[in-house]
Design a protein. Sequence first.
Length: 115
Amino acid sequence: QVQLVESGGGLVQAGGSLRLSCAASEIGFKINAMGWYRQAPGKQRDLVADITRGGSTNYADSVKGRFTNSRDNDKNTVYLQINSLKPDDTDVYYCVVDSVLKRYWGQGTQVTVSS
């Protein structure tokens, strides 16, 4: 059974940092892109960042220069280093993993930034 286990969310003051992790297991097929989305209550889920198997990254304009997306292909794990956090970054963050057959979503981890 496919599992995506997220960790690293929490409560942090503005200007602080967090590192999110998402480990994928039992995918069974080659993993292509991995990444992160975020969603506030009542709003759509928006792309934060993604990274190809070869390491090419893509970021939402709102996080460029503050967020860094990386991955470890041997561990099937994707990371999101979040620096200079702002209250507007408060959301539930979801990891996403694309295999050759389908997209898988993590369970979400809450990031709350206090001002």
